[in-house]
Design a protein around this ligand. Structure first.
Ligand code: DGL
Length: 282
């Protein structure tokens, strides 16, 4: 899986190479938005694995397999760094795949955990069932500060509701109330969006929470960590960025339509079939 791309390409080529961002679907766009804000000179390849979402209902072995396929493909596209814009992949696969690929790979859990302990002591995490069951957030938070308390809640319905464009459906608010209730009971002071889809729910979640609860979006911290890493590796782009390339495994049309309101423009979207991703580079 690893290659000698760094050895072969010139320093300028490496700097101009894109950053790879991937998620199961629309969620990673919340990380992309943050990347545009903090790293406006970087080119990006975005991949949404829409044919196989939601990842949150998948087994750890399936998630690991998908992540390996996507990273091999990202490597073939010549990315200089990959940000897993997906908490589920970060929780279940990051540690394993980091040593398998010859490029920097960043995940959301540690940056999110670090940001949360700076905010509070009673930390709630809303996440996909797979992320919540992995306890990746509670482990990371308690390793940083063993005196904090953490409660993780799996929210199986959120991703399908967001991907089906049902943000404004009263049902979404009703189910949000159910998911938040145990965290409100525990009197959390901080809530982590433990899934990159969830910042879209801010207008629904904020009014359901006491105003003192601080919301943490790990996207802010992972992009800050990416910026630091690019500096460290002298890999920042020095030229104007290329337009973002959007690829999905499912319907490009559906993704393009749904992404329009989040991006403020209608993206051109290519389809990449997962079975073809796994092919070795020629
Ligand atoms: N947005 C992803 C995450 O951060 C995956 C959601 C899903 O497909 O279940 O976990």
């Amino acid at each position: 899986m690893s290659g000698d791309r760094f050895a072969r390409s010139s320093r300028t080529d490496q700097n101009a190479a894109p950053i790879g961002l991937f998620d199961s679907g629309l969620g990673g766009l919340t990380v992309l938005r943050e990347l545009y804000r903090q790293l406006p000179y970087e080119s990006v390849i975005y991949f949404g694995d829409t044919a196989r979402l939601p990842y949150g209902d998948r087994t750890p072995a399936q998630i690991l397999q998908y992540v390996r396929e996507i990273l091999a493909w990202m490597e073939q596209q010549g990315t200089k760094m990959v940000i897993m814009a997906c908490n589920t992949s970060s929780a279940l696969a990051l540690e394993t795949v980091r040593s398998e690929f010859d490029l920097p790979i960043l995940g959301l859990i540690l940056p999110g955990a670090r940001a949360a302990v700076q905010q509070g002591r009673r930390i709630g995490v809303i996440a996909t069932p797979a992320t919540a069951a992995s306890h990746a957030y509670s482990q990371a938070i308690l390793e940083i500060d063993a005196t904090t308390q953490v409660w993780e809640v799996g929210c199986p319905e959120f991703v399908p509701l967001i991907e089906c464009d049902r943000l404004h459906d009263p049902y979404t608010t009703a189910i949000a109330q159910v998911y938040l209730e145990p965290l409100i009971q525990q009197q959390i002071d901080t809530l982590i969006y433990g899934c990159t889809h969830y910042p879209y729910l801010a207008p629904i979640l904020r009014p359901l929470l006491p105003s003192s609860v601080k919301l943490v979006d790990p996207a802010v911290s992972v992009v800050a960590a990416a910026a630091q890493e690019l500096d460290l590796l002298a890999l920042k782009n020095l030229r104007p960025p290329a337009p973002t390339r959007f690829c999905v495994s499912g319907s490009p049309r559906t993704f393009s339509q749904l992404a329009t309101s989040w991006l403020g423009c209608t993206p051109t979207v290519e389809q990449v079939i997962p079975a073809q991703m796994a092919q070795p580079a020629t």
